[in-house]
Design a protein around this ligand. Structure first.
Ligand code: FMN
Length: 160
């Protein structure tokens, strides 16, 4: 269309969810990102199993979301990091990122497992993590919305 141009930035929301709770949080992250109504940032959402290092290298910022299983990130999220790690190392330094995690009892160990890997990648955290224990409620829905909105707005305003 005349007068319109393709968005120059991409916010990638990468998640894993088996029984739907983390997916529900992910949908709120997407809603928040889309609420920014940026013409410069396109928002893409994908299960981590469908992502490769090219998606990560090509995005302007990434938000990752996972359930916490056995005190760690979910197996498929770990698989994602294992697949992308060495191809992303050095070429994604400073990549802006956010994270959301969901557990039933305790998410601390799982969150630190993610930080350990991302510290190796040297990405830059640009929003407070959303860490939720228990059923998804209106409070965490709002926190996820704000996570998506703030990272998208940061890209739109060239904050990172
Ligand atoms: C095999 C398994 C292990 C789990 N281990 C933990 C755990 O260590 N800590 C915790 O808080 N929740 C644990 N949970 C609960 C899940 O993290 C929780 O139900 C989460 O909401 C599932 O997300 P999903 O609906 O997106 O798949 C476990 C669930 C499963 C199935």
């Amino acid at each position: 269309m005349p007068g319109t141009s393709a968005p120059e930035k991409t916010l990638l929301v990468a998640y894993q969810s088996r029984s739907g709770e983390t997916l529900s949080m992910c949908r709120s992250v997407i809603d928040g990102a889309n609420s920014v109504e940026s013409t410069r940032v396109s928002v893409q959402c994908s299960r981590v199993v469908d992502l490769t290092c090219d998606h990560v290298i090509g995005c302007s910022a990434i938000i990752v979301g996972t359930p916490i299983n056995f005190g760690y990130m979910s197996g498929l999220m770990k698989d994602f990091f294992e697949r992308i790690y060495y191809d992303c190392l050095d070429v994604t330094v400073g990549k802006p990122y956010g994270v959301f995690v969901k557990g039933d009892t305790d998410v601390d160990g799982g969150l630190s497992s993610i930080y350990k890997i991302i510290t190796g990648l040297a990405w830059k955290e640009v929003a407070e993590p959303v860490c939720h224990v228990g059923r998804v409620d209106s409070e965490v829905t709002q926190a996820c919305f704000e996570l998506g909105a703030s990272v998208c707005a940061g890209l739109d305003f060239d904050l990172y």
